[in-house]
Ligand binder design. Structure first.
Ligand code: ZN
Length: 69
């Protein structure tokens, strides 16, 4: 288990979000909801009660633009 402040920030993963059911900031796990043409839509779920705490679109790196016409 890592503490909340170990000095490493993962830029597209939230480590903890406020959970209205647990009434505190909780560690989350992300789940892939949708694959979009330009990225992926992830949903964040509370690790304790599995409430949905939010979504985030993760943009792909610019690989697809190699194929610009
Ligand atoms: Zn919760």
């Amino acid at each position: 288990m890592r503490g909340p402040n170990v000095g490493q920030f993962e830029d597209f993963k939230a480590s903890a979000l406020y959970c209205p059911r647990c009434k505190r900031a909780m560690p989350v796990r992300s789940r892939l909801l949708l694959v979009l043409p330009d990225g992926e839509l992830h949903e964040y779920l509370c690790k304790a009660c599995a409430s949905s705490l939010g979504t985030k679109t993760v943009r792909q790196q610019k690989q697809l633009q190699l194929y610009m016409p």
